[in-house]
Design a protein around this ligand. Structure first.
Ligand code: FEO
Length: 176
């Protein structure tokens, strides 16, 4: 059984992961229309990753005999101006997610919830990777300083991103 406070905070993060998913889908739609097909693919992979993050919370809460609570999901930003803008906003967003995950871990420690601490460890590691990847892309976009040729080369590279997480959760959460 999971404590009410921990359950509420885990549910909030599950819903935030859904928000992350639609934020990336919103960014992907901008990228498609702006001609950045590779970035659109990268962002759609990210969309699936966020859904996977949400499903991990879903399965974990249920595995602790907890209750799922679905909340209102804010409308995502739809006002992107450039690829630079997209990845700047991505970094800001992922830094916020990292803060939320850290706060969740603080609560798990306060509540002496050891199982949740182990569960959250995966997200802490994941956030380091997410911030690192986005930082690399952002640095390269800044170096290009609006050079369209260079941006198209980078876009092609972003389009090589492969989905490495499951997207079919009908039989539960497959191991990865
Ligand atoms: Fe669910 Fe991008 O962190």
């Amino acid at each position: 059984m999971i404590k009410d406070r921990m359950q509420l905070e885990l549910n909030k993060q599950l819903n935030r992961e859904h928000y992350s998913a639609i934020l990336y889908l919103s960014m992907a739609s901008y990228a498609e229309q702006a001609g950045y097909k590779g970035a659109a693919r990268w962002l759609k992979v990210q969309y699936h990753e966020e859904q996977y993050h949400a499903m991990r919370f879903y399965e974990y809460i249920l595995s602790r005999n907890g209750r799922l609570e679905f909340m209102d999901i804010p409308k995502p930003d739809q006002t992107f101006k450039s690829l630079l803008d997209v990845y700047q906003k991505t970094l800001i967003h992922e830094e916020e997610v990292t803060e939320y995950v850290n706060r969740l871990m603080d609560i798990a420690v306060e509540e002496k919830d050891h199982a949740t601490q182990i569960f959250l460890q995966w997200y802490i590691t994941e956030q380091v990777e997410e911030e690192d990847n986005v930082n690399d892309i952002l640095t390269r976009i800044k170096l290009l300083n609006g050079d369209n040729q260079g941006l198209l080369v980078l876009d092609k590279e972003l389009g090589l991103r492969q989905l490495t997480i499951p997207t079919d959760f009908t039989n539960g959460l497959p191991k990865v």
